[in-house]
Design a binder for this molecule. Sequence first.
Ligand code: GAP
Length: 441
Amino acid sequence: MSETTMEKIVSLCKRRGFIFPSSEIYGGLASTWDYGPLGVELKRNVKNAWWKAVVHGREDMEGLDAAILMHPETWKASGHVDGFSDALVDCKNCKKRFRVDHLPGEGNIRTCPGCKKEIDLTANPPRAFNLMLKTYLGPIEDDGAITYLRPETAQGIFVNFTNVLDARHRKLPFGIAQIGKSFRNEITPGNFTFRTREFEQMEIEYFVTPESAGEWYERWVAERFAWYVRLGIRADSLRQRQHAADELAHYAKGCTDIEYLFPFGWSELEGIANRGDFDLAQHAQRSGKDLTYFDQPANRRFLPYVIEPSGGVDRATLAFLVDAYREEEVKGATRVVLGLNKELAPFKIAVLPLLKNRPDIVELARKITGGLKKKFVVKYDDTAAIGKLYRRQDEIGTLYCVTVDVQSLEDHKVTVRDRDTMQQDRIDLEALEDYLTTKLT
Ligand code: GAP
């Protein structure tokens, strides 16, 4: 099998309608991407699989959809106004700007990756560059109107902690899950959808007693790792990496990243952090509101600790795409297959008429499509000859192709082709729905 490269993935995504460069007719906007007809289905399936696993599948979780725009005090309390920045330095020779932690070299003497000249950080001190995207609310662009596009969804959860606690009569431990867009003015976006300035997060804030935080941290690391494996990522392309003390974010007592082996190397899919009581303490102090929890049986009041599994929707989607991509030799030709898990595949079934100029075949194929649509995501396709249609469906990961031919009109049977084995079964129309239900559920 030949190597999966990012070029192959980007090309497939464009060709088959998964991901397009944003604003392409204007030449694109750096590192922004639009999810096309196939991409929007795949991404939605990723989010649904997450929601099913962490909200609907558990008794200890609630969902939330908080606003992107939040009170500006939120970001002072969370530490983002003061601390969410990268140290940048301008090369005096070539005038390009770099993140200091990306510069080759040691200590204060570094090498410019652009012009290869020396950069002396004592003579040329780095400056902090805040990563939050600023905007103004209302018609007057003054300091009083400044707010930010949220750089993480997490804070929407923290400020709603007592709302959810009271409305749902919750006791510890319990968690709140949220999926939504976040924005960061990244200095070095890139690697396709891996690092962008607008992206989507799937975040959980799980509230626990301080004494049980360590145990819940371990449990969530295992649980989140297993989710990726369950949805088809090969376990040898996944690993856990614990942060060293000097790597930890300002709020974290501990953090483990789940990393995937992308074509550009091991990179973070999700981080599971022990945030302690940092956020609730900060918000309680700034807002003046009581955010403590009263543990009735123990008769004590305290700020809960928080375990935070925080993943990227776009990164997970990209990892599922890369991991599912394979090329096979079939009868001297290359077959490209997206071997996506059945929960994630954009279309489950394609119905294909063998002859599109035969109205009776087309009518039967359309009738079958209409019937199956009540239960599955099904597409009718007659835009090419059958061989080509199979190849196209393989490339977008469709699990089963149902082909209607001349004989189907007489024997009321259709051919069902399996994406992975390419095995074809002749199935009675009466039994078709049950056959596919068994395969797909
Ligand atoms: N609330 C914690 C938090 O936001 P993070 O490690 O900064 O932690 C969590 O982000 C996840 O969000 C990352 O693991 C990654 O999957 C995703 N993410 C972060 N920045 C991103 C970016 N610029 N582009 C795409 N995804 C990003």
